[in-house]
Design a protein around this ligand. Structure first.
Ligand SMILES: [Zn+2]
Length: 115
């Protein structure tokens, strides 16, 4: 027989998740399953799928770092074009510079998020 127990990511005990019932809309709506929880520690994050506050802060930091790198690199590339004297002469160069800046910002955000 297949074992149907799973390990709770909060308390580490083997358990079968219990179903929580509730009314989704109000008293006129019948009770239906709304979530499930560990019977030992009552945590509804027993599978560890919800990000912690540290993971959320790192994701926010990654987004800010990506936006900063994108704006900084875009500004540097535009400044270089202005220094050379070809600013607004080649639209494809400006567009590809911004595309490069967006790509670099995305890569930095992904790197910080995976860190
Ligand atoms: Zn638990």
């Amino acid at each position: 027989m297949r074992q149907s127990l799973v390990e709770c990511q909060c308390c580490g005990k083997l358990m079968v998740p219990r179903t929580s019932y509730g009314r989704a809309l109000g008293w006129w709506d019948g009770a239906r399953p709304i979530s499930n929880h560990c019977p030992f520690c009552l945590s509804d994050n027993w599978d560890g799928s919800r990000p912690t506050i540290f993971q959320r802060l790192m994701r926010l930091l990654a987004g800010l770092a990506g936006i900063s790198v994108c704006l900084l690199l875009g500004e540097v590339l535009l400044t270089l074009q202005a220094e050379v004297g070809i600013y607004h002469q080649y639209p494809w160069l400006t567009l590809s510079g911004w595309a490069l800046a967006v790509l670099a910002g995305y890569r930095v955000a992904k790197w910080v998020d995976d860190y």
